[in-house]
Design a protein around this ligand. Sequence first.
Ligand SMILES: Nc1ncnc2c1ncn2[C@@H]1O[C@H](COP(=O)(O)OP(=O)(O)O)[C@@H](O)[C@H]1O
Ligand SMILES: [Mg+2]
Length: 334
Amino acid sequence: MTAAETPLLSVRNLVKRYPLGGGLFSSDRRVVHAVEDVSFDIARGETFGLVGESGSGKSTISRVVTRLEDPTSGEIRLEGTEIGSLSERALRPYRSRAQMIFQDPYSSLDPRMKAGAIIEEPMVVQGGFDRSQRARRVAELLDMVGLPASARDRYPNEFSGGQRQRIGIARAIALNPRLVVADEPVSALDVSIQAQVVNLLEDLQAELGLSYLFIAHDLAVVRHIAHRVAVLYLGRVMEIASSSQLYAAPRHPYTRALMEAAPLPDPVAEASRESAGIEGEIPSAVTPPPGCVFSTRCPLASAECRAAVPPLVEVEPGHRVACIKVAPGAAAPA
Ligand SMILES: Nc1ncnc2c1ncn2[C@@H]1O[C@H](COP(=O)(O)OP(=O)(O)O)[C@@H](O)[C@H]1O
Ligand SMILES: [Mg+2]
C-alpha cells in the first residue's frame, strides 16, 4: 500500500471501558462500556462525521484517538503508525499530528490567559520555536481564523462564543496537524453563528488539506460537512456510509429514527407531525442489552436480535449496516 492509499487514521476494534468502582482495590467490578468494537478509517483531506445521542461514546472516541486517554484495547493507526499502545515518550512526535477542538469554547479556554498565549501554548509545549517565531505564527493564525491582530492581547471573556471557538481552532492548527478532531464544535454556539464556524473549518480544510473527525449529536449538523458518516449508539457503530448514501437511504432502524427526530426544515410540518423519534430511554452503558444494543428500543426487534451482536454488513459499496433485519448478511433471509 502506498502512502497515498494509507488512511490518515485507521481505528480497529476500539474498546474503551471505565471502571465504575473507585480505586484499584474497590470490590466493584462493574464497568462502563463507553466504546465497544468500533472500527473506521479517515482518508487524507476527508471529513468523517460521527453522530450519536448523548452518552453514545463520541467524546470518548475523540479522547482516545488523540491519545488524551488510553484505549482499553484495539488499534489506532495514524499515518500508518500504531499509536494506541505507544508510551507518552514514544507518542511525543505524533502529538502534533492530531489535535482537538472542544465542544465548549467557554470552559476549554483558560480565562486567565490572553488569546495569544492560548494559541501559542502548543508551540511552547512542543518547543523549538523562539519568541519571535511564535509571535509571527500567532499573528498568522489569528488572520487565518478571521480574528483581528489585536485579539492576541485580550482575555477569553472579552470574546463572543463564536470568536472563542475561532481561538480554539487557531490553537488546534498551530502545529500544522494532519487530523483535527472536532468534538461538537458548534453545539454550544447560537444557531446563527454555527454556519460561520463550519464555513471556517471547511475553508481551513481546503487551504491546509486537513482531515476532520467531526462529531455531532444530530445528523443535520454533519450532513453538509461530512463526506462519510458513522452512526453510533451505546458505544457501537450502527451504520456507516457516505453522506449521500446515508441521507438518501438510511438503512438501520436507529438511523431512520434519528432522521425522523431531526427537526423538519418547514416549521408548519414540524409542528404538525405525529411521531418524533425513538421510544424509551437509552439503556445504561454499565449493563448494555445483549445482542444488538438497540434491540430494546427497536420497532423491528425480535428474539434473534438479542442472541448475538449483529455484524456490520456491506449493503452497497461503502455502506455498512449492523442489523440482521435489514442486512442479514451471508445468511439468507428467512
Ligand atoms: N471518565 C469517565 N468515567 C466513567 N464513565 C465515563 C467517563 N467518560 C465517559 N463515561 C461514560 O461513557 C459513556 C460515553 O460517554 P461520552 O463518550 O461522553 O458520550 P458522548 O460524547 O457521546 O455524549 C457514557 O455512559 C459516559 O457516562
Ligand atoms: Mg460528548
